[in-house]
Design a protein around this ligand. Sequence first.
Ligand code: G3I
Length: 380
Amino acid sequence: MKNFIKSIILLFVTILIVASCTKKVAGNIEQTEVEISSLKTKFKNDFYIGAAINDAQINGTDTLALKILSQEMNTITPENIMKWMYIQPEIDSFDFSMSDKYVSLGEKYDMFIVGHTLVWHSQLAPFMNEVKDSTIMANHIKDHINTIVGKYKGRIQSWDVVNEALNEDGTLRESIFLKVMGNDYINYAFQLAAEADPEAQLVYNDYNLWKPDKRAGVVRLVKDLQSKGTKIDGVGMQAHWSLEGPSIEDIENSIIAYSDLGVKVMFTELDVTVLPNPWDLNGAAVEQSYEQFEGDPKMNPYPNTLPDSIQNKLANRYEDIFNLFLKHKDKIERVTFWGVNDGNSWLNNWPIKGRTNYPLLFDRNNQPKDVYKTVLNLKN
Ligand code: G3I
């Protein structure tokens, strides 16, 4: 009887040991799979891969999105918190509470940290829109750039110095900066940024940069800066695209045109809308808004789930896009998605508010979508 009990105990202990080993092995396998199959591992010899992050992620409350970020990405961009209206809402009154957290987060995860954006006509502080005098405007721009770039010198690796300065035809946009200071404000901003942090990468960032006319405008802009000896390191193609366009050929022509200038190309705000557009909308000018379509079910055809046929289209579209990126990996420095998951994409509210869009690689529950697997399985 004694021996029988002994055997039972031995058997029980053996089962426990085997079970715990199996769990450990399974855990290791899982860990290895995550390491091998993350986006950042996949593209580690090609380009940085990352996402724009919002307040909840920067504050650390959206822990599931942060998990994706730390596992999958090696670069971040602040979606809103570093824009002028938030970081310097009033003259000489800077609020670094969120940007400090943002930079610390990037450092914690050892990421390539992007600053977005220094000079942009949108989300500008109200006081800037009142300025009429060019010297005053120049001083405000100087304070803004010196203070922010200087504060994060050596900690923010890349700056979107000027954002969206061009019209669709490639001419300069009639922004408050252009109206008050004339076209030299762009050169001025880049020079200030270079002085404030000589090591930082300096980028001109805009949407629809695949368009031939706008492409020609960027080429003129970059050449103009270069002819003045001003440092510019890259062109940021925002990449707010759709299932149908732009064509791979147009995107490719722009990659080549910008790279030929001797600067790097960044895809800074990648997403692919799957929803219908009332008109032929392309680009990301936030002024466009289509209130009359709010609540129209025809404009929000997938409120609960995305049909397989559209999932496949999305996967094919991303496959084409990433194959192009890989083809030109020597010219491309970074690919950043505009958001971590579908739930926090700006495209749920633009150009029509309150829709359900599916533009990214992770779903609303932070689960990888089919399109994620497609991208992961591409041949580098
Ligand atoms: O901060 C207010 C908040 O107080 C208020 O409760 C809430 C109610 O709607 O609005 C909040 O402001 C919103 C802000 O994002 C911060 O969340 C604005 O309404 C909203 O218009 C704003 O949208 C941002 C947009 O830029 C504004 O231009 C998007 O989140 C952001 O994704 C988008 O990003 C831009 C890039 O910076 C430049 N390229 C185009 C891209 C897409 O438009």
